[in-house]
Design a protein around this ligand. Structure first.
Ligand SMILES: Cc1cc2nc3c(=O)[nH]c(=O)nc-3n(C[C@H](O)[C@H](O)[C@H](O)COP(=O)(O)O)c2cc1C
Length: 360
């Protein structure tokens, strides 16, 4: 078992910049995707102890996400109304080229004081690529491209003049000025396959993965950390979870059941069909969603598997179990984002902090 990390576990939430909420269900969701709602949400989040907010990048609809605000622009808007929250902007290599991404992020960092980070996503939605006229690479190639993308971002940001000769990108003494403020923007990556873990162990600052049991997450962490050690690289781990915190467990479980009972059958089915391109597409057939059931997919990043469902104390204890195996950050979604994130911040995070102190 990994050593108990002396740093407090960090909390992030999914920015609902895509419509439809965080579950593919016809249950009433008071989560809104517009900027007014999201500005208040970000302000609530930083006032109740959240460290990060993660925006999503989607170019087309699918499983009901009919409207999608662009991630980089939206991240900047949230930075403009907050003071300490870090915003992680999702970037998809293909539509984005590293030079433009590096320059946009450098300017945002200059404007908002090193609070911008990026999440490099490698693509799972073949129909989306087709719709926007981007070539669809196979799984290994998608990750090779993402790795080059990350190496370019880091090089452009840190080297006085950057040169690179890869299979996807080339640079010749490129001088970016101004560079981002320091510390340089953190680089997260999303995905759960072997290729994702290999990339994290080489270049990323953070490995973000879908929800899973403590044992499943521990296996991934052990694999990444062993590989990272060989590469003399350090990588932190973030895990997705969908939290339902209520004063008693029965009530929380009833909410989960209601979400499942009202799931949007057609949308979940078509999502299942699409994600086969991601999960099963990896040579080992073990990426995100490869083993997800219909019920798992109702939360589209397997957030129910993390089982953060129950009383604040039960949830806090469960989070400590993840921390004990090496998790550094919990990424969270909620049914009614504003109300439930606030409840979580006020009732669960303080308990996590108490348990951390006891464990230390
Ligand atoms: C936390 C997290 C956030 C993600 N965010 C996005 C996103 O905003 N847009 C997107 O197209 N894919 C997103 N993905 C999908 C991944 O980038 C990746 O394409 C998918 O997980 C399949 O990779 P795998 O086969 O390595 O698991 C995200 C994945 C995770 C785990």
């Amino acid at each position: 078992m990994a050593e108990f990390n002396s740093q407090p576990i960090k909390f992030a939430y999914w920015v609902p910049n895509v419509s439809g909420g965080l579950v593919i269900s016809k249950i009433q969701q008071r989560t809104n995707w517009d900027h007014t709602y999201n500005r208040s949400l970000a302000q609530i989040a930083e006032s109740v102890g959240f460290d990060y907010a993660l925006t999503q990048i989607r170019f087309t609809a699918g499983y009901g996400a009919e409207n999608q605000h662009e991630s980089m622009t939206f991240s900047q808007d949230l930075l403009s109304v907050t003071n300490k929250l870090k915003i992680i902007a999702a970037l998809l290599p293909g539509p984005w080229k590293p030079v433009l991404a590096a320059k946009q992020i450098a300017t945002i960092s200059q404007l908002y004081g090193a609070r911008i980070a990026v999440n490099i996503v490698s693509g799972w939605f073949r129909g989306e690529f087709k719709a926007i006229g981007e070539p669809w690479l196979d799984h290994e190639e998608r990750y090779l491209r993402s790795e080059e993308f990350i190496r370019c971002l880091k090089g452009i940001w840190s080297q006085p003049a950057f040169s690179f000769s890869g299979d996807f990108y080339r640079f010749h003494d490129y001088i970016l000025s101004p560079k981002p403020q320091t510390p340089l923007p953190e680089i997260f990556q999303g995905g759960s396959s072997r290729a994702a873990r290999d990339m994290a162990a080489r270049v990323s600052d953070w490995y973000f993965t879908n929800g899973g049991s403590v044992e499943y997450i521990q296996k991934q962490i052990d694999d990444i950390r062993a590989k990272a050690l060989l590469n003399h690289h350090q990588v932190k781990i973030g895990v997705n979870g969908f939290a339902i915190a209520r004063d008693n467990e029965k009530e929380a479980r009833a909410v989960l059941q209601d979400i499942l009972d009202k799931s949007d059958f057609d949308a979940v089915k078509s999502f299942h069909h699409e994600v086969q391109n991601a999960g099963n597409a990896s040579p080992e057939k073990e990426g995100n969603w490869a083993k997800s059931t219909f019920e798992d997919l109702v939360q589209y990043n397997d957030g129910f598997k993390t089982n953060l469902i129950g009383t604040p104390l039960q949830i806090a204890q469960r989070i400590i179990e993840y921390k004990k195996v090496g998790v550094n950050l919990m990424l969270l979604g909620f049914l009614h984002m504003q109300e439930e994130l606030e409840y979580f911040g006020k009732n669960v995070i303080p308990l996590v902090r108490e348990l951390e102190q006891q464990a230390d």
